[in-house]
Design a protein around this ligand. Structure first.
Ligand SMILES: Nc1ncnc2c1ncn2[C@@H]1O[C@H](COP(=O)(O)OP(=O)(O)OP(=O)(O)O)[C@@H](O)[C@H]1O
Ligand SMILES: CC(C)(CO)[C@@H](O)C(=O)[O-]
Ligand code: BAL
Length: 291
C-alpha cells in the first residue's frame, strides 16, 4: 500500500482525527505498510512532561499518535472536569513542533455513545491510595485506556511515572487482559526546584506553588533516609511535610514497586497526595531500602 492509499496520514505532517473508526483505519493501514505506531495518551494542556513522553515515543520507523481527551469517566461529581485546563490549539502546535504524526481528539459521544453500559473494574488496588479518595477514578482511567489501545492498537504506549498508580494498573490490565501493546513508563519531569510538572499546577497561585514544593522535598528526604529502613523513610518525609501548614496531606505511603506492602529491603515507592488550597497534587519517588 502506498501513502496515497492512506489519506488520513501524510508523512512529515500532522493530521487531526476525531472519529475513532477513521483513526483505527489509518493506524491499521500504517501498520500494514510496516510502520510501527506509538501512542501517548493525554488529557491535553500539554507541558514538558508530555513532551518528554512524545520525545521518547519518537523513533525512525514509528508514527507517534497523541490522544487528547478529557475523560469524564475518571472524574468524580465534585471534581474539576468542567474547569480542567483545555488549550487545544496550543496543544496541536506543540505536537506539530514535536514531530507527532497523528492527534486523536474525540468528542465525549465519539468515545461513549449513548447507551454505553460496561466499564473495566480496577480491582482492589483501584480502591487504595488515589482510589480511596477518588472513588471509581481508576475504573474510568482503565476503561478509556483500554478503548484507546483497541482503537489505535499501538506497538508501544507511553505513560508517566508521575501517575505511578495509574501506570501500575495499566501494566496490570495489559498483563491480565493479554493486550499486545507494550507499556512504557517514563520518569517524572520536574521544574528545577523539584516540583513535578502537572497540568493542575496551572491552578496554583505563586504562594501555593511555593508551598507545593514541600511534596518533592519530603520525597527527597524520605529517599535519603532509605538506608535506615521503611520507618525512617516515612518519618523523614512526614517531618518535612509538617513544616508546611498550607499543605493538607491526604496520604503518605511506602509500597513495593507493584504497590503491594513495603518490603524491609530493596526497591520501594514513596507516594504522596496533598491538597494545596483546592488543588490536589500527587508525586512519588523510588526509594532504596537498607542499602
Ligand atoms: N511531570 C511529568 N513527567 C512525566 N510524565 C508526566 C508528567 N506529568 C504528566 N505526565 C504523564 O502524561 C500523561 C498524560 O497526563 P495528563 O494529561 O493527565 O497530565 P497531568 O499533568 O498528569 O495532568 P494532571 O494535572 O491532571 O494530573 C500521563 O501518562 C502522565 O503520567
Ligand atoms: C491516561 C489518561 C490519558 C487517561 O484518560 C489520563 O489519566 C492521564 O492523562 O494521565
Ligand atoms: N493525570 C491523571 C489524570 C487525572 O488526575 O484524572
Amino acid at each position: 500500500m502506498s501513502a496515497a492509499d492512506n489519506p488520513g496520514f501524510r508523512r512529515g505532517e500532522l493530521t487531526v482525527h476525531h472519529d475513532p473508526a477513521e483513526l483505527a483505519r489509518v493506524t491499521r493501514a500504517l501498520q500494514a505498510t510496516g510502520r510501527t505506531v506509538h501512542l501517548v495518551p493525554t488529557m491535553g494542556a500539554l507541558h514538558r512532561g508530555h513532551l518528554e513522553l512524545i520525545r521518547r515515543a519518537r523513533d525512525v520507523n514509528a508514527v507517534v499518535v497523541v490522544s487528547i481527551f478529557v475523560n469524564p469517566l475518571q472524574f468524580g461529581p465534585n471534581e474539576d472536569y468542567d474547569r480542567y485546563p483545555r488549550s487545544f490549539s496550543d496543544d496541536v502546535e506543540a505536537c506539530r513542533q514535536a514531530g507527532v504524526g497523528l492527534i486523536f481528539a474525540p468528542g465525549v459521544e465519539d468515545m461513549y455513545p449513548p447507551g454505553r453500559q460496561l466499564s473495566v473494574q480496577a480491582g482492589p488496588l483501584g480502591d487504595e491510595l488515589e482510589g480511596a479518595t477518588r472513588e471509581g477514578h481508576f475504573d474510568g482511567v482503565l476503561t478509556v485506556v483500554l478503548k484507546l489501545l483497541n482503537i489505535v492498537r499501538p506497538d508501544l504506549a507511553f505513560f508517566g511515572e508521575k501517575d505511578y498508580q495509574q501506570l501500575t494498573l495499566i501494566r496490570k490490565m495489559a498483563r491480565e487482559f493479554d493486550l499486545d501493546t507494550r507499556i512504557q513508563g517514563i520518569p517524572t519531569i520536574r521544574e528545577s526546584d523539584g516540583l513535578a510538572l502537572s497540568s493542575r499546577n496551572a491552578y496554583l497561585s505563586e504562594e501555593q506553588r511555593a508551598s507545593a514544593l514541600v511534596l518533592s522535598a519530603a520525597l527527597a528526604a524520605g529517599a535519603h533516609a532509605g538506608g535506615r529502613g521503611p520507618r525512617a523513610v516515612l518519618e523523614a518525609a512526614r517531618e518535612v511535610l509538617a513544616t508546611e501548614p498550607a499543605v493538607e496531606v491526604d496520604y503518605l505511603d511506602l509500597r513495593d514497586p507493584e504497590l503491594g506492602p513495603a518490603p524491609q529491603e530493596g526497591e520501594a515507592r514513596l507516594l504522596v497526595a496533598a491538597k494545596v488550597g483546592s488543588t490536589r497534587l500527587i508525586d512519588n519517588a523510588k526509594v532504596l531500602l537498607g542499602e
